[in-house]
Design a protein around this ligand. Structure first.
Ligand code: ZN
Length: 428
């Protein structure tokens, strides 16, 4: 079976699935308080579970929280390990995902792509220079009113299609596979209710962007809540008495490094990001998130907050400042550095699919980071889409196909590995 045959088999199947999945509205709802947060995720999960059953997978389950699990026993495999592939069911609530109408623009010519439902909207190489790499390819977008949902229905379609191919091609070796589809990744709850016991020894999320991408790093993430306690007095009689908590909070935030904010940072630079500021003379709160790829550097941001707090209280007798810092997630690199095979085989699989490896650090979090710290080392592989969370979201059909192919190559590589060299699963 050569790469061309694989591509020819996968391409129409992954495309058909993708076009079907994006039409189910699975927008996450951050305010619902339900698990999953929206009914569409249950609907899509039910359909996927039925599809998994019809492909012959075992122990297929959609649980009450909307997680979908399934097992494909290993075949022709020398590997003692079980491998998890993970994608998420929901789409971002930041742009509508209702009545997504996918359009396949055949034979992209390198120019601007128009949108039927919004004549003023165009997707151009200026928005996304990667478009030019896909001249002549078929490009999928939504119709203009909604996001497309390639994040992460491309991942779902790639996993499902790779499973179909594995079931169909009985000569293709693969280790035991433990599939999981998660709800509510976009609102940071993707792994909150996951059943650890149903996962494999190692994993890959299929939730990255550009074709060829492998992500092994994400932010180290802290949240800081600052409460300012002041002293309110009638403003006409306040001299030497009033301590205005809201004004103190504003001055405190203004004293933070001006260049270390999201709008002034990129690549490997970290930041303080004020997410809420609220208060009056008596009491004020400031909430911020602190981000960096380096945990020590991020903890130094906490030190700065505390030192500033002490300075403000010293300079303003009577002012009280409580600072509460909590960890949100950690950089998965801490874990993945101990599993060079997991990352190495990811790179090898991408190359085996005929692609160059693009290594990126995620300026955010990922389900895989949580899984890493639950004992399942899990880097993130591309699903192929770009301009996520926008009406201009797009994906080339070739990238979708290659995503499925990389999953198959990973299966082949792990099935041939009888040892545990470079990996120490379960000892985390
Ligand atoms: Zn995603």
């Amino acid at each position: 079976m050569n790469g061309k045959d694989i591509g020819a088999y996968l391409r129409p199947r992954v495309l058909e699935r993708f076009l079907r999945y994006v039409q189910v509205d699975t927008s996450a709802d951050p305010d619902s308080g339900q698990h999953p947060s929206s009914p569409g995720q249950l609907e899509l999960g039910t359909r996927l579970a039925a599809e998994l059953r019809s492909l012959g997978l075992r122990d297929v389950e959609q649980d009450a929280y909307g997680y979908v699990y399934a097992v494909l026993p290993g075949r022709r495999s020398r590997s003692p390990m079980a491998l998890t592939f993970c994608a998420h069911l929901d789409t971002s609530p930041s742009v509508s995902g209702t009545h997504v109408r996918p359009i396949v623009h055949q034979g992209y010519d390198g120019g601007a792509i128009g949108f039927e439902d919004d004549p003023n909207l165009y997707l151009t190489p200026g928005d996304s220079p990667e478009l030019l790499k896909f001249k002549g390819d078929d490009i999928i977008t939504a119709a203009g009113r909604t996001l497309l949902g390639a994040d992460d229905k491309a991942g779902l379609a790639a996993i499902m299609t790779a499973l179909e191919a594995l079931v169909h091609w009985t000569e293709w070796p693969h280790p035991e596979l433990r599939i999981v589809f998660t709800p509510d990744e976009e609102i940071g709850q993707g792994t909150d209710l996951i059943q650890r016991g149903r996962l494999g020894d190692i994993g890959y999320t299929i939730d990255g962007g550009e074709m060829g991408e492998l992500e092994t790093e994400c932010f180290h993430a802290l949240k800081a809540v600052l409460v300012f306690h002041g002293m309110n007095v009638h403003p006409g009689y306040a001299k030497n008495r009033m301590i205005n908590a809201a004004a103190m909070a504003a001055r405190f935030v203004a004293a933070l490094p001006a260049a270390e904010t999201p709008e002034h940072t990129e690549k490997r630079e970290g930041f303080f990001h004020l997410t809420a500021l609220d208060g009056n003379e008596s009491r004020a709160t400031a909430e911020m998130i602190l981000r960096d790829f380096d945990a020590d550097r991020n903890h130094r941001r906490t030190d700065l907050l505390r030192q500033l707090g002490t300075a403000f209280q010293t300079a303003n007798p009577g002012l009280g400042i409580d600072i509460n810092v909590s960890e949100q997630y950690r950089n998965m690199k801490e874990v993945l550095d101990r599993y060079p095979d997991v990352v190495g085989k990811g790179q090898e699989a991408i190359r085996a699919a005929g692609l160059a490896v693009i290594t990126k650090a995620i300026r955010g979090g990922t389900d895989g980071a949580q899984l890493c710290f639950m004992g399942v080392p899990t880097p993130n592989l591309f699903a192929g889409g770009l301009l996520f969370h926008s009406r201009k979201e797009w994906i080339p059909v070739t990238a979708l196909t290659k995503s499925a192919q990389v999953i198959m190559e990973l299966c082949r590589l792990w099935a041939a590995d009888s040892g545990r060299a470079g990996t120490t699963p379960g000892k985390d």
